[in-house]
Write a protein that binds this ligand. Sequence first.
Ligand SMILES: COc1cc(O)cc(C/C=C(\C)CC/C=C(\C)CC/C=C(\C)CC/C=C(\C)CC/C=C(\C)CC/C=C(\C)CC/C=C(\C)CC/C=C(\C)CC/C=C(\C)CCC=C(C)C)c1O
Ligand SMILES: C[S@@+](CC[C@H](N)C(=O)[O-])C[C@H]1O[C@@H](n2cnc3c(N)ncnc32)[C@H](O)[C@@H]1O
Length: 327
Amino acid sequence: MAAPRSCGLWRYCCRGWSRAAGDCRLPGFHRSWPGATPSARLLSQEKRAAETHFGFETVSEEEKGGKVYQVFESVARKYDVMNDMMSLGIHRAWKDLLIRKMHPLPGTQLLDVAGGTGDIAFRFLSYVQAQHQRKQRRQLRTQQNLSWEEIAKKYQNEEDPLGGSLVTVCDINREMLKVGKQKALDQGHTAGLAWVLGDAEELPFDDNQFDVYTIAFGIRNVTHIDRALQEAHRVLKPGGRFLCLEFSQVNDPLISRLYDLYSFQVIPVIGEVIAGDWKSYQYLVESIRKFPNQEEFKEMIEDAGFQKVTFENLTTGIVAIHSGFKL
Ligand SMILES: COc1cc(O)cc(C/C=C(\C)CC/C=C(\C)CC/C=C(\C)CC/C=C(\C)CC/C=C(\C)CC/C=C(\C)CC/C=C(\C)CC/C=C(\C)CC/C=C(\C)CCC=C(C)C)c1O
Ligand SMILES: C[S@@+](CC[C@H](N)C(=O)[O-])C[C@H]1O[C@@H](n2cnc3c(N)ncnc32)[C@H](O)[C@@H]1O
């Protein structure tokens, strides 16, 4: 279905096309626009509707999913080490902040879409477990008259250290999930975790099922961002929260210059040296530039039906966390 003219996606597309005017890397439909006949314009518009971007390359919407799949199939085994190297470990702090913002309580049902190798899921489980232990300790402190045997028994009888929490990691890529499952075993995360192969644009879950939906560094890769947002809204329970961690726009001009230099001159080189994969890391930095800025993305989230939408910039806007509620 075509996006209505008033929605955020439409505004974002228009901005992208006008931005393309001075960008020789992008095909400029509008460059041939002034001389075009009405029927040519119609054809051109239809063509535009079926085209999208894969980094700075223009591809058909049908092609994009396959290309994105190849990227993550190719990087899966080196994905975690690459992230530590490229970000000097900073991505860990960004992910910790996402979980702290969520502040999940024992019992929370989380859906982590584009969850890949499980970084968000494992942090969620550790956080919930710590919360549950804190709650237990508080309860024990209030029960002053217990003997040490009774206290020990209470700890030992604790069947579910997560207090009923469950995180479902959903990702379209088998290889990323395979690496994630192995990591879960290595890190001892055996309970409260489910792995599901699925597309963010067509989630294999019932309506109103989850308390929280997260997507970290994932939505940038999705072909129809509006559909993924609508799906997020559908699967959340009323009162549920949407949280997205994604690259965004740096507003400081000096930092922006350095950031561009690092992104385009250093990242693909690290990609080539460590993972033998220049192209995937070139796609990464290009896809970051094609993603809507903080305000545009906020509008898209609102267009999907979320309320009380806010965002927080991290590291001068290199990434941002967007939050919204299904009310
Ligand atoms: C294929 O798709 C993907 C593959 C993946 O592996 C990952 C993702 C998704 C991404 C994540 C899960 C997050 C983790 C990955 C990254 C952060 C990589 C992407 C990184 C960027 C786009 C650049 C921004 C990185 C950072 C802010 C991390 C900190 C890095 C530095 C401070 C750079 C330090 C490096 C050097 C000193 C080496 C020498 C550099 C040069 C000669 C170039 C000039 C650079 C500078 C002078 C410094 C760079 C400056 C900045 C980065 C901006 C300044 C920042 C601040 C003031 C905070 C995926 O989709
Ligand atoms: C950069 S990784 C992020 C992984 C993880 N969330 C993290 O923060 O490390 C992007 C992930 O998005 C997944 N992805 C891309 N398109 C998707 C889609 N349409 N539906 C679900 N997952 C998708 C990829 O397979 C990949 O695992």
